[in-house]
Ligand binder design. Structure first.
Ligand code: AMP
Length: 539
């Protein structure tokens, strides 16, 4: 017997329509590429997203067509998201830190018909667009006064495109399994693979991440996603914030500690999310300048392992709850976020960080399995480790155009991460499979070593890579940057590590570097480091 509930599809357009109807006056505040801070409301955003849908229709865009974006977090990017997905087309966000060759590859692979770009990225698209024959036009996301000279044959001014359009657009109703957006994985090996999100997955993911033990979003919050809208849809935050009517703050191009602090403080932001490298910059700025963030309640740190020292510093020095999170582009992207269970709040203060340093527990909707080398499920005892496999309604079941099919088997998606899950359900990433160091037939976790090294007061950031070794196969090399005003010493740091890990885990050498190569999504590029130190030999 079927239930007698209405069969209304879950569509992205309904998020913004709801916000405009119920949170009309709530602000969306953006730092623009042109300079000034722009403010408007959900009611304004809804009107302009409808104009966008009208404009796309006038350009001849059809449902299912891909529309590219190369843009910062900002209100125009937000309008393109909702206008595109709302009318049934697919919003394809691209990472602007990619090489023009890679952008050309993505434009062609996705078969984008139009691409929307921020002023910053005009030189990039000028190089890539001529190599994408199916591309019909490039919309420069600015007004007439700021429209630059360009070599592009078919450049359109964003505000002019919207100007001629009406404010009303009847959002079409269609199957909720229709594709809404497309985001490519970072593709450190081989070509990037496309993850094609659906309206249904996007809405279910929004409900899930808004829950109290996830990001705890509501209309009482002021939310600033530092994570870019091109990195797995800013972890779904612009959708979930719209669903709940939260105030949204978009940082635009300025992501250094000072600029971020000004936006976070000025807009009384209560919740933010980003990768550890971003929070390193913010923490350094606040410490050096005696600043605090009195409104800030929670921050999610994810994308790569949050150092325990950072989680502790946010809590103890600044009174901010740091929630470690884990996810993947393939998972919309949130797979786990860490909060303590009620009984854990009574644990001695010294024991809590051990739990908080783990990547966290999955929300309802994500199931996890640890698969041993022999292919069997491993116990959730916090010890047994293996490849983390996941499934759920917002986990991708295949890549766009069916590439990389080997990751999907028996209804599970293989994450390529090695992890443990403990009896309380807390998942901990041991390492990415390809970053683990094999020494004398045993595995060493680079993440563990980095975390421990970053507890040393002289060290700001750390990265550990495996170096070929004639006897042991591979041995760990520790690369570090110095904390402000400090001068880390090899012997002293290695001794510090020796007191914390098994002797054979201690890196054979430490090198102090000025900075690390950082990838498009703000993570340290281990592939580049391995390349740089390919010929390195231990003394
Ligand atoms: P991306 O799709 O670019 O977001 O990358 C996903 C990958 O980032 C995961 O498979 C992990 O290897 C890594 N990752 C994400 N969050 C964390 C975390 N909290 N700790 C360790 N690794 C993480």
């Amino acid at each position: 017997m079927l239930g007698l509930m209405m069969d209304m599809p879950l569509l992205v357009s309904s998020l913004l329509r709801h916000a405009a109807a119920n949170h009309a006056e709530v602000e969306i505040v953006s730092r623009t590429v042109e300079g000034p801070v722009h403010r408007y409301t959900y009611a304004d955003a809804h009107r302009r997203a409808q104009r966008m849908a009208n404009a796309l229709t006038a350009l001849g865009v059809q449902p299912g067509d891909r529309i590219g974006t190369i843009a910062w977090n900002g209100y125009r990017h937000y309008e393109v998201w909702f206008g595109t997905s709302g009318m049934g087309a697919v919003c394809h966000t691209m990472n602007p830190r990619l090489h023009p060759d890679q952008i050309a590859y993505l434009l062609n692979h996705a078969e984008d018909r139009y691409v929307f770009v921020d002023l910053t990225f005009l030189p990039l698209i000028e190089q890539a667009a001529p190599r994408a024959p199916a591309l019909q036009g490039v919309v420069v996301m600015t007004d007439r006064a700021h429209m630059p000279d360009t070599t592009l044959a078919n450049a359109i001014c964003y505000e002019e495109l919207l100007d001629g359009q009406g404010d009303a657009f009847e959002w079409p109703v269609f199957d909720e399994n229709t594709a809404s957006s497309l985001c490519y994985t970072s593709g450190t090996t081989g070509h990037p693979k496309g993850v094609l999100y659906s309206h249904r997955a996007t809405l279910l993911h929004s409900y899930a991440i808004a829950m109290p033990s996830m990001m705890c979003l509501s209309d009482r919050e002021s939310v600033l996603p530092v994570v870019p809208m091109f990195h797995a849809n800013a972890w779904g935050i612009p959708y979930a914030a719209t669903m709940t009517g939260a105030k949204q703050v978009m940082p635009g191009p300025l992501l250094d500690g000072k600029s971020l602090w000004e936006m976070l403080d000025g807009e009384k932001v209560t919740f933010s999310a980003g990768v550890p490298t971003i929070w390193h910059g913010l923490l350094a700025y606040m410490r050096e300048n005696g600043k605090r963030l009195d409104s800030m309640q929670r921050m999610v740190i994810g994308g790569s392992a949050a150092p325990r020292s950072m989680i502790e510093a946010l809590d103890r020095e600044f009174g901010i709850e740091a929630r470690h999170g884990w996810g993947m582009t393939e998972m919309s992207p949130v797979g786990a976020i860490n909060t303590l269970k009620p009984w854990m709040l009574d644990l001695p203060e010294a024991e809590q960080p051990d739990i908080l340093a783990k990547q966290g527990r999955p929300p309802f909707g994500v199931e996890m399995m640890i698969e041993g080398d022999d292919g069997t499920p491993q116990p959730h005892d916090g010890v047994a480790q293996g490849e983390l496999k996941v499934r759920g309604p917002w986990v991708c079941r295949a890549y766009f155009k069916n590439e990389g099919a080997e990751a999907h088997r028996d209804g599970w998606f293989g994450t390529g991460d090695v992890a443990t899950v403990d009896a309380d359900g807390y998942m901990q990433i041991v390492d990415r499979k390809k970053d683990m160091i094999k020494s004398g037939g045993e595995w060493i976790s680079s993440i563990d070593l980095e975390d421990l090294a970053m507890r040393h007061p002289d060290i700001a950031q750390a990265a550990v890579i495996g170096i070929a070794h004639p006897k042991w196969d591979e041995r760990p090399l520790l690369l570090v940057t110095a904390a402000p005003g400090r001068n880390p010493q090899r012997n002293e740091v290695l001794q510090f590590l020796e007191s914390k890990v098994a002797k054979w885990w201690v890196p054979d050498e430490m090198i102090v570097v000025d900075s690390f190569p950082i990838g498009g999504t703000g993570k340290i590029l281990k592939t580049d480091l391995r390349e740089t130190y390919r010929d390195f030999r231990f003394p």
